[in-house]
Design a protein around this ligand. Structure first.
Ligand SMILES: [Zn+2]
Length: 319
C-alpha cells in the first residue's frame, strides 16, 4: 500500500506519494494561491493529489492514508484547521473530513512544524533520539516536540508554540496580539522590523540607505562589519537563546534540531544565542544536550507528513 504526504504552506503546496516503507516516489509542487481563498485551495489540494497519484500510477484505493501538514493553529485530534495567518478563509475548517471525502483516502492533518520534527526524528538528524525539540527560525518561529519518542501536540495541538514565548515584555507587537514574543524580535520578520526602526537614526550604517531592509540585508551588512546590523543580530540571537533556555528547563531534551533560513546568519546570531541560552537555563538541564542542524532541509515537513500518515494508519489498525 502507498501513502500520501502533503506540505501545505502559504505559498507552496507539495504532494508526495510514498511506498509502504515511507520512501518518496513521486513529488508534485504547485503554488498554493492562498489569496484565492479556502475553496480554491482545497480544490488545488485534491487536484494535486490526483495528479501525483496519476503520475505515480497508483489508484486512490491503493493508498492507505494521507497526512497533511499546515501552519498552525490546527487541532489534529479534532481534524480542524483553526485559523492559520497565511491561509485566508480557513477558520475552523474540518479538513480531515473534507479531504477524506474528496479523495476517498483517510486523511489526517497536523501542524507543519510538528511533522517536520517527526520527519527529522524518523529519517533525519534526530534518528534514535527519545527527547527532542525541533526549532525552525525563518519568517516565523515554530517548534515540534518529540517526547518519549512520540509526537507531543498538547491538549489541542498548540504545544511547541515557542514563537510566542514572551522574551521582551512590552516589546514589538506580535501577530498573535501580544507584545515582545520571541517571533516578534528574533524571526526574519523581527530582524527586519528592528532594522526598519533603527536604520533612519543610524547615518553611518549600510542599512540607513535602504528604505525597507530585509533580514538578508541585515546579515550581509553584519558580515561586512556594520555595527548596527551586528547589534541587531546579537539582540535577535540573545532573545532566541532565552526562549531556547526556557524549553531546555521545561523539557530537558537530549537533542535540539535547529533550522530555518535565519540561521544562515551564522555565528553572529548563534554565538549570542548560545550565551543567552546558557544564561537562561539550568546547567543540569543542559547536561549532554546536543544542538544539530536538520538533515532533511525543506523536505522534513513532507517526509513527516508521510510518516504521520503511516502512524495514523497503524493506529487505526490497532484500534
Ligand atoms: Zn506572539
Amino acid at each position: 500500500m502507498a501513502f500520501v504526504g502533503i506540505d501545505l504552506g502559504g505559498t507552496q503546496l507539495r504532494v508526495a506519494v510514498a511506498d509502504a516503507r515511507g520512501k518518496l516516489r513521486t513529488v508534485v509542487r504547485h503554488p498554493t494561491e492562498a489569496a484565492r481563498g479556502r475553496r480554491h485551495v482545497i480544490k488545488r489540494i485534491t487536484e494535486t493529489v490526483a495528479e501525483a497519484l496519476d503520475l505515480d500510477g497508483t489508484p486512490a484505493r491503493g493508498v492507505r492514508a494521507l497526512g497533511i501538514g499546515l501552519p498552525g493553529p490546527v487541532d489534529p485530534a479534532a481534524g480542524l484547521v483553526i485559523s492559520p495567518a497565511n491561509l485566508p478563509g480557513f477558520h475552523n475548517v474540518p479538513l480531515n473530513r473534507i479531504l477524506s471525502r474528496a479523495t476517498g483516502i483517510p486523511s489526517f492533518l497536523h501542524h507543519d512544524a510538528h511533522l517536520a520534527a517527526l520527519g527529522e526524528h524518523r529519517r533525519g538528524a534526530a534518528r534514535g533520539a527519545s527527547e527532542l525539540i525541533y526549532v525552525t527560525v525563518s519568517t516565523g518561529i515554530g517548534a515540534g516536540l518529540i517526547l518519549r519518542g512520540e509526537l507531543y501536540a498538547g491538549a489541542h495541538g498548540i504545544a511547541g508554540e515557542i514563537g510566542h514565548i514572551v522574551v521582551q515584555p512590552g516589546g514589538p507587537l506580535c501577530r498573535c496580539g501580544n507584545h515582545g514574543c520571541v517571533e516578534a524580535v528574533a524571526s526574519g520578520t523581527g530582524i527586519a522590523h528592528a532594522a526598519r526602526i533603527a536604520a533612519p537614526n543610524s547615518a553611518g550604517s549600510a542599512l540607513h540607505r535602504l528604505s525597507d531592509p530585509s533580514p538578508e540585508d541585515v546579515v550581509r551588512a553584519a558580515r561586512a562589519g556594520d555595527e548596527l546590523a551586528t547589534t541587531i543580530l546579537e539582540s535577535a540571537g540573545s532573545y532566541l537563546g532565552i526562549a531556547m533556555g526556557t524549553l531546555v528547563n521545561l523539557f530537558n531534551p537530549e537533542l535540539i534540531v535547529l533550522g530555518g533560513s535565519v540561521l544562515k546568519a551564522g555565528r553572529q546570531l548563534l554565538a549570542p544565542m548560545r550565551r543567552s541560552m546558557a544564561a537562561s537555563s539550568w546547567k543540569a538541564a543542559r547536561r549532554g544536550l546536543r544542538i544539530v542542524r536538520p538533515a532533511l532541509g525543506g523536505d522534513a515537513g513532507l517526509i513527516g507528513a508521510v510518516e504521520f500518515a503511516q502512524l495514523r494508519a497503524r493506529h487505526a489498525r490497532s484500534a
